[in-house]
Design a protein around this ligand. Structure first.
Ligand code: PGA
Length: 257
């Protein structure tokens, strides 16, 4: 597995029916051939198969938003990593704050889910981030460091795992962390990842998420610490998602030149 240097990922959350596959088609059609950024879309599980068939081998990778930690069994309504892989998922998100808060998922459970994704042979995006109260108390860095340590399985490497820093207060609120704040947390996370790996940590992909939009994406990608974005609301429509992809592709071009 080798991950793209910069990833623009769209998390559709509980939005999207078959009619919305047209948006994915439009994204695919709108990505310039020269684009080096990875484009990943995470629609509801019900349309993963159709989206993956649509994308077949092209620029856009289709993934799932969550999975169960077990491969199979008596877990009514749940979906496992092997089941999602069979349906066409080529990556899985775990630990999104809406899972942590809405479903009481702990970092320990997130770690077990991440392990299951890796065991299925898929890359995993592990999400973490502080609440508004934690940030206001000056605890953002320590909370994120703790979540990273507790959520990442031992088998995670820069080749199979992507980190998404998503401050909870910035998700779906229109409130955006400043590029300085994002850079600071990413640097802290990278230093922790470097300790695990024994190198500079540069090979790890750390995405930012939280109200990323066509208006702020270029500024966020200016930070050399940011290896892409996990986009919610602005990924639902091809036009706004394509604008963010373009900003990512341009940032990548600049870094390479
Ligand atoms: P948002 O969501 O872009 O709508 O804030 C981001 C996310 O939850 O991944």
């Amino acid at each position: 597995m080798s991950l793209p240097e910069l990833i623009v990922a769209g998390n559709w959350k509980m939005n999207g029916v078959r009619a919305d596959l047209a948006e994915i088609e439009a994204v695919r059609a709108g990505i310039p051939a020269s684009c080096k950024a990875g484009v990943w879309i995470f629609p509801p599980a019900t349309i993963i198969g159709a989206a993956a068939a649509l994308n077949g081998g092209m620029h856009v990778l289709t993934g799932a938003q969550d999975c169960h930690a077990k491969d199979s069994g008596a877990f009514t309504g749940d979906l496992s990593a092997p089941i999602l892989k069979d349906a066409g998922a080529a990556a899985i998100i775990v630990g999104h704050s809406e899972r942590r808060s809405g479903h009481g998922e702990t970092s320990r459970e997130v770690k077990a889910k991440a392990s299951a994704v890796l065991k299925a042979g898929l890359p995993v995006i592990v999400c973490l981030g502080e609440t508004r109260g934690e940030r206001e108390s000056g605890l953002a860095a320590s909370v994120c460091t703790r979540q990273l340590a507790d959520s990442l399985p031992a088998e995670s490497t820069p080749e199979n795992t992507v980190i998404a820093y998503e401050p909870v207060w910035a998700i779906g609120t229109g409130l955006q962390a400043t590029t300085e704040d994002i850079t600071a947390i990413h640097a802290v996370l990278r230093a922790e990842l470097a300790k695990r790996e024994g190198t500079g940590g540069q090979r790890w992909r750390i995405l930012y998420g939280g109200s990323v939009s066509p208006a702020n994406a270029a500024g966020i990608f200016e930070s050399g610490e940011v290896d892409g974005a996990l986009v919610g609301g602005a990924s639902l429509k091809a036009a706004s998602f394509l604008a963010i992809i373009a900003a990512g592709a341009q940032a990548l071009e600049r870094r390479k030149s």
